[in-house]
Design a protein around this ligand. Sequence first.
Ligand code: MIC
Ligand code: SF4
Length: 645
Amino acid sequence: MKLNLAQKIIKEHLVSGEMIAGKEIAIKIDQTLTQDSTGTMAYLQFEAMGIPRVRTKLSVAYIDHNTLQTGFENADDHKYIQTVASKYGVYFSKPGNGICHQVHLERFGKPGMTLLGSDSHTPTAGGLGMLAIGAGGLDVAVAMGGGPYYLTMPQIYNVILKGSLRPRVSAKDIILELLRRLTVKGGVGKIIEYSGDGVKTLSVPERATIANMGAELGATTSIFPSDEVTRVFLRAQGREQDWVELKADDGASYDGVIEINLDELEPLAAKPHSPDNVEKVRDIGKIKVDQVAIGSCTNSSYVDLMKVASILKGKTVHPDVSLVIAPGSKQVLTMLAQNGALADLVAAGARILESACGPCIGMGQAPATDAVSLRTFNRNFEGRSGTPSAKVYLVSPEVAAVSAITGVLTDPREFGECPKVSMPEKFLINDNLIISPATEEDAKNVEVVRGPNIKPFPVNKELANTVEGEVLIKVGDNITTDHIMPSNAKLLPYRSNIPYLSDYCFTPCDPEFPKRAKEKGGGFIVGGSNYGQGSSREHAALVPLYLGVKAVIAKSFARIHRANLINSGILPLTFINESDYDDIDMEDVLILENAREQVKSRGPITIINKTKGTQINVNLDLSDRQVEIILAGGLLNYTKKQNQQ
Ligand code: MIC
Ligand code: SF4
């Protein structure tokens, strides 16, 4: 049988299930990555499993999100992660070494391997021909312990890239075009596999930009073939031995095909407040810009920043614009320093930030009230920048750089000649900020350091037979995890402190939510479609669990958040008739009787609305394994039960 590329890698790693779209499969995970804001939970959960050492081919713990260190909390987390990593056999990438996805691409990713990461942009490594998937921390902890990763077999969509980009049109514009066509829900349940003659015109970091923002489509992952361009990149990283050729069989079939003519693309921007709200830069017009931020795991590679430096060289940033730049890795920053480009950036007036996520996750650089901020990032959800009234536009590095000079949103093609920037033949390799774990022998003497910021995480109880409670909040479509559990410079330091975070749950939608949830002792959440889109943070499930949330009834769910709810033992229910959404109101008392039997029966679940005197049927679409997880009250309880048998 002829296989496409995604099927080939899945087949090689298949532990159970059949490769039929919609059915549950389990795959073996070769590599894992964690970052610090989801990592503390992942390692606490790994410790709770009682496994002496990771059983993957490679596991890396990155520190890149929480690097502001406004108090002791971040530093506590870093120390915990560094010591726990050393003890259990995990490489540790120190703060300053760079953003997890950029560094993983440079130093660790291998074509044909599987990677599971506790961050939704893990698919960035798909630019190298890896099957790289984002997941909640608990799933990553299980994978570190050698357990397979369970997922619904996605449909595989083929995006055929034709021709080549015109000058000053960027890889970012390719993925923005796809977001324009498919929307933030368009990739749900799908792997996006790229092919076509346009692929060979794109470097690995450009492919990574595209794979990165597949997360914004809601896709399970995105993948590019591993070809000569991949080999050249790995050679330049001193890792040619990691290269293998990978591509789909000729005549392999797909569940859908989309074509993009690269020659027809123009500079695009995603307008506030959604990555799919895409329009041509020239059609949006010359709006005044207050801030430009360049960096993030989407656009902070060496070539991205060299393009920016070549545009800024000899110029000055507009007096009304604040330009901040966070290079993606120490490798990128050092190379810019050595070749003089860093001096060009600084001379032009750029404010250089450390190599970390920084403003992308609201860690500093919150824009002014009502400000327009152009960002080369991947998410422009309302309030994510730290300023609720700010208007964030997602753009390419070229658009960002020229607009920083003109002070208005500018199509870079109006900006005269563009110097050609090419990939270096050799990257500068210095892995001195990657700390190897202790040997198995020495690990016994490594003490895991837990500062006062590390609090235990909540664990659910077995599913009760009667689930009853009020509707605590009713929200609309496309609610993000940034709504459910906001992250910013004030809250990110508390990622290992669920009780503290609980006072901020859902506050962007309703500041009274935490108080109400606590007073009522928990209850139900009602949501629209694509509920829980965005990040992999399991805090968006653990915090509601802590507040006593028992079930979420929504029109549909985003993949990672749904898995996190199940892992926490919270029921992810979907309306069978979407119109039933209109008939439920906040404060309605809902009852699910015979809950255990109903969950086991696998049929529609009846929910009684005591307040309205009505009842509705909802779906709970679970695999046999997920039924057991829900009955046990979450994945940890389920795993413990399995181990006792
Ligand atoms: C994000 O971009 O939203 C984050 C912050 O990287 C999250 C992870 C987190 O919330 O810690 C993600 O994308 O998964
Ligand atoms: Fe970091 Fe932003 Fe990338 Fe998330 S999207 S990993 S916050 S750079």
